[in-house]
Design a protein around this ligand. Sequence first.
Ligand code: DP6
Length: 348
Amino acid sequence: MNKITCRSPSNIALIKYWGKTAGQIPSNPSISFSLQAAYTETLIEYSEGSKSEGITLDFLFEGKSNLKFQERISSFINSVMEYFPVLNGLHLHIESSNSFPHSSGIASSASAMSALALCLVSLEKKLNGKLEFMNDFHQKASYIARLGSGSASRSIYAGYTLWGSLKNYPPFTNEYAVPINERIHPVFKTYGDAVLLVSQSEKQVSSSAGHRLMEKHPFAKSKFSQSNKNTHLMLEILEKGEQMDFILLAEVEALSLHAMMMTSNPSYLLMEPNTLALIQKIRQFRRETLIPAGFTLDAGANVHFIYPELNRNEVLGFVQSDLLPLCQQQQWIDDKVGHGPVLIKGTL
Ligand code: DP6
């Protein structure tokens, strides 16, 4: 069959990527874990195309044509053709859908671009028998995903991942993300993430625009150096299993990210009143229960409430009683540290 289907998860960063230079090079390293319930599934069906150079494509998102996405995907794939000579001249029929509601405000570029990159590399392997440019399947998929969207480079792996070069740590690079599960204390491998949906409307300022505002940001230098130090710290915390430090550092990173938005020129706010209300409630819950649970945020109003699996019953009771009333239509996603992408069998 001339089809490939890949499912790839979204991820949540604990140390944030915010600011980049040409070629999607991050200004500081970032650490995230892949989610399980929030994913994109992408199918590519290939046939002989009408052009000899590059590819042509048609695209369906959740079963319907979507010209805006189609143009973005077409220009992205054509921009990475140098890494996939075997795909030249093909026509690609691409279908993509998300496990989470389109309007949920969940960042979907990580799952979408990683699923697409995994399909492209799988297709190359199928048609060519080997990979050009890079031998390692996951490294190449992460490299290509990065060119589509920086955070997507980290969705290629299960569990915890680090993207960005780090002084004195040779395996880490700006080019692709590297899995770090071997360094992670078992207690962190089963953390839950209750994604609390505060706002489902489209963001007023895109992540790309936010990254650009870091170029002339008065606090950029200190932010990059703080996140660099925080990456080293987080690695140590993750290795040692220090749960309270983990939560406190994740919260510092989340608020530093939003502080950058509030102090950009022009400034903007993605948090909403209920984002703050949720943060206060979560901190109060931690003070009262001493459970090492806390929040992180991506570039939006939604709150990721991360907690140890051991305390799941207590946490879910609190989510139901205290947090869901602050969510839009009581909506949330019951997520956790995930198993990573899958190549869906039967279509290869
Ligand atoms: C706040 O990966 O969406 O989620 O590379 O321009 O596509 P582009 O940006 P994107 O930025 C993600 C920013 C973040 C933090 C993170 O995931 O590390």
